[in-house]
Design a protein around this ligand. Structure first.
Ligand SMILES: Nc1ncnc2c1ncn2[C@@H]1O[C@H](COP(=O)(O)OP(=O)(O)OP(=O)(O)O)[C@@H](O)[C@H]1O
Length: 264
């Protein structure tokens, strides 16, 4: 579904990605892990068009993404969430999700002015879909509340609902459980599993090994800008190169990973 071939990215003299090859198959949850600074977020930035590669190619369903702007890539069916929460805190949950639908709504300024029947019908469908997406992440009962009031874990769920609102086939999640407590992690794991079960393909970056190992069928490991391992959780857990890459760091109890400070 998504293919990276020989992808390069340099920042000045720093070769952040060097000949990265990756193939994300359709369906299921795929993980990308690696020590801090390995280049994981850069991979996501290149896929989503925030940055352009200095070499190599990225294809989504066979289509070359080079030169496309982020909103054009979103329209092709690829959405992402960010490491740092980016929701509109002054808006309701429903409005936050409806903003995500923007790229799919077809009304123009004139339609808006005339508030035509077609526009109203579309708006109504958008509203219903937004409520449905909020129910997927367990926030339906708070749909009309202001996002500001949400707990940290719920804000991340809202972000997920908003990313889904663009109707993606591939969903990129950048550290979905960063900063979450254990209970929140359990909840979000169930939510992501359910999303994958509905047919969405999920590609995520995550430091929390227990989470990655519990959720992903396939995991790729990035170290100093190169893929050093690819396999199922057990293969990754026991791979000597992976263990070596993480040596000298604080290991997570469930495997080789830098520890992330959990909130109480
Ligand atoms: N815009 C930029 N300009 C210069 N250097 C950059 C830029 N973006 C990233 N880098 C460098 O590229 C390297 C990889 O960064 P990246 O954020 O992709 O790593 P990461 O694996 O996502 O790290 P983390 O796990 O800490 O989020 C780092 O050394 C970083 O300092």
């Amino acid at each position: 579904m998504l293919e990276l071939n020989g992808v390069e990215r340099h920042f000045g003299g720093l070769k952040v990605l060097q000949g990265v090859n990756l193939a994300i198959p359709q369906g299921g949850v795929f993980g990308l892990i690696g020590p801090n600074g390995a280049g994981k977020t850069t991979v996501f930035n290149l896929i989503t068009g925030l940055q352009q590669p200095d070499g190599g190619a990225i294809r989504f369903d066979g289509r070359d993404l080079s030169g496309l702007k982020p909103h054009q890539i979103t329209r092709l069916g690829l959405a992402r969430t960010f490491q740092n929460i980016r929701i509109f805190k002054g808006m309701s949950l429903l409005e936050n999700v409806m903003v995500g639908q923007h790229s799919h709504l077809r009304y123009g300024a004139l339609g808006l002015l005339l508030a035509s029947a077609g526009f109203r019908a579309q708006e109504q469908r958008a509203r219903e879909r937004a409520r449905e997406l909020l129910s997927w992440v367990g926030l339906e009962s708070q749909a009309d509340e202001v996002a500001d009031k949400l707990s940290y874990g719920d804000q991340r769920k809202l972000e997920l609902a908003r990313a889904l609102a663009t109707e993606p086939r591939l969903l990129l999640l950048d550290e979905p459980v960063a900063g979450m407590n254990s209970a929140e992690k359990v909840e979000i794991m169930a939510v992501i599993r359910a999303i994958a079960a509905r047919g969405f393909t999920v590609f995520m970056i995550e430091h929390d090994m227990k989470f990655v190992m519990g959720l992903c069928e396939q995991i790729a490991v990035l170290n100093f800008g190169q893929i050093i391992a690819l396999g199922n959780p057990e293969q990754i857990r026991t791979n000597p190169q992976v263990i070596e890459a993480y040596l000298g760091r604080d290991d997570d109890e469930a495997g080789p990973a830098p520890s992330q400070g959990e909130r109480a």
